[in-house]
Design a protein around this ligand. Structure first.
Ligand code: DX5
Ligand code: ZN
Length: 226
């Protein structure tokens, strides 16, 4: 089986929200996806941006959007992000009582479907659902805020997911989110992740595009050495 190319997805949560279009253009040509964190002050305590901002930003760049919904009632809101042109729409397992039905809705709306697993949620109950999904986002922090410290123990879930994907020959991206930086990305790649969200490590750098390239090189090296 051919190995799909590594995905690096800068999170605009760490960007300057007053200059969003410029911040997105700063990673054009380097980033594979743009990670957009939507928080509703209910599922998580934080509040960020919603559909109108995603719609406006969609017109400002060619980069595919990887929308990460940290919201309650995703069945009500998630398809709107697919309609707005998001490439991938990920919602949280903890917020949805019928993840497979919502994945179907997202796919019929033309998007990839993603399932997110927060810090305190075990992966095992969700492994059987993975054929209905295109991406599995495993939090490597507690969802809600950028700039937190990576929790290496959570990579055990990445390993379990990778084993399951390999055994079932599934076509599924395994994405990690939270505290991904030059000193943590290799461990995540070795555990089996092939898509990497990075907020602070990209937008906190002097040259965000160079930071993306550097992260990808580290992940690629770890994957090829694995
Ligand atoms: C947090 C978000 C992350 C956040 C990661 O809940 O899901 O995408 O932007 O930020 P860093 O890379 O700074 O940990
Ligand atoms: Zn995120």
């Amino acid at each position: 089986m051919t190995v799909p190319p590594t995905i690096v997805a800068p999170s605009i949560l760490a960007a300057d929200f007053a200059r969003l279009a410029d911040e997105v253009r700063a990673v054009e040509g380097a980033a594979d996806w743009l990670h957009v964190d939507v928080m509703d002050n209910h599922f998580v305590p934080n509040l960020t941006i919603g559909l109108p901002v995603v719609q406006s930003l969609r017109a400002a760049t060619q980069i595919p959007f990887d929308v990460h919904l940290m919201i309650e009632d995703p069945r009500r809101w998630a398809p709107g992000y697919a309609d707005a042109g998001a490439y991938n729409v990920t919602f949280h397992a903890e917020a949805c009582d019928d993840p497979v039905a919502l994945a179907k809705d997202l796919r019929s709306a033309g998007a990839k479907a993603g399932l997110a697993i927060d810090r305190d949620t075990p992966i095992e109950p969700y492994l059987e659902l993975l054929p209905s999904f295109d991406t599995l986002l495993i939090m490597t922090i507690k969802a809600g805020f950028g700039g937190q410290r990576f929790i290496p123990q959570l990579l055990e879930k990445v390993r379990a997911a990778r084993r399951h994907v390999a055994a079932g020959h599934l076509e599924l991206r395994i994405e990690v989110d939270g505290g991904i930086a030059a000193d943590t990305i290799e461990a995540a790649a070795e555990a089996g992740a092939d898509a990497f969200v990075a907020g602070t490590a990209v937008y906190g750098a002097d040259d965000p595009a160079e930071a993306v390239r550097r992260l990808r090189a580290l992940a690629d090296r770890a994957i090829s050495g694995a």
